[in-house]
Design a binder for this molecule. Structure first.
Ligand code: ATP
Ligand code: MG
Length: 148
């Protein structure tokens, strides 16, 4: 079964109605919540999680934001009664919309980032971009989770 790691970022978690709305979106789009937790990222978590972005101009901003308050991490799978397609990763990214928030607000206004994104950094949610990343990211926040 394909799994993905979704994160509701701090500005979203600070807004209980937004969290409720996103959870409904998750469940109404045939995702199943395998595990979830609320956790305030430590600097160590953030540096590990975003190590691929270490050299980017937005890295400090990103790490500061991601450690600024509680996030919620979800391990998601997708249930599809018709076909058993393993598409949790791409379907969650589709629901989130593109990274760049201002473009997204015009192009995909009904996506999560279209609705709840404030800026390219505070873009509401995270979603793994491949099976390899999902495995790596799940291990960071759910070290006891047995992937198989
Ligand atoms: P995510 O990995 O969070 O699902 P993504 O894969 O769409 O998002 P990445 O390129 O992996 O985007 O960037 C990781 C995170 O870094 C983004 O979610 C965003 O918070 C931040 N970020 C990316 N690009 C920019 C930018 N140009 N300016 C500011 N912050 C950015
Ligand atoms: Mg990414």
């Amino acid at each position: 079964l394909q799994l993905t790691l979704a994160i509701l970022k701090p500005h979203l978690v600070a807004n209980p109605l937004a969290v409720k709305d996103i959870r409904n979106l998750i469940l109404n789009n045939n995702f199943k919540i395998i595990k979830w937790r609320r956790h305030n990222l430590t600097l160590e978590d953030a540096e590990k999680f975003y190590s691929e972005h270490k050299t980017k101009f937005f890295y400090n901003r990103l790490v500061t934001f991601m450690t600024s308050g509680a996030s919620e991490m979800y391990i998601l799978a997708r249930e599809n009664a018709i076909s058993e397609r393993e598409n949790a990763i791409s379907e969650w990214r589709k629901l989130m919309g593109p990274t760049k928030v201002f473009k997204t607000q015009f192009e995909v206004p009904t996506s999560i980032r279209g609705i709840y994104g404030y800026s390219d950094t505070r873009n509401a949610t995270h979603g793994s971009d491949s099976e390899e990343s999902a495995k790596r990211e799940i291990a960071i926040f759910f070290p006891e989770f047995d992937y198989e």
